[in-house]
Design a protein around this ligand. Structure first.
Ligand code: AMP
Length: 118
């Protein structure tokens, strides 16, 4: 979901316009916070500070951001106690099941994941 100007709930949380869950991580490029509707005992999101709508819209000058967010995902997964593995998911666009159009990675852990995903 996004306003007409492309702003989303994540943009508002990052700017401090509304209160969200406490940040598990923050740096100049991204934040991490717990998902409000967890799908696993550990479920947090790594969210870019830049307002990028989808992973598909990333351009070449932004590609290092994806590696950085993946790195942060692995660090926070360890901090959160994901000792037996985890899954990193990016939902892209309508068929990918994306609801909030602001780039984010889901990190899920603490239970056995099934494959294929629904
Ligand atoms: P997606 O469907 O991939 O766009 O994922 C959006 C995720 O954001 C969902 O898992 C929601 O539960 C989560 N979410 C929405 N609003 C909030 C919020 N205020 N704080 C934390 N997570 C949120």
């Amino acid at each position: 979901m996004a306003d007409e100007d492309g702003d989303t709930i994540f943009g508002k949380i990052i700017r401090g316009d509304i209160k969200g869950p406490p940040f598990l991580h923050e740096d100049d490029k991204c934040i991490a916070l717990k998902d409000i509707h967890p799908q696993a005992p550990i479920h947090f999101l790594v969210i870019s500070k830049q307002e990028i709508k989808t992973i598909d819209s990333i351009n070449e000058t932004q590609k290092e951001l994806l590696g950085h967010m993946m790195w942060v995902a692995t660090k926070v997964a360890k901090d959160q106690g994901a000792t037996n593995g985890y899954r990193i998911v990016v939902n892209d666009g309508s068929d990918g099941g994306q609801h909030v159009f602001h780039l984010h990675f889901h990190v899920l852990a603490g239970r056995k994941m099934s494959w294929p995903p629904g």
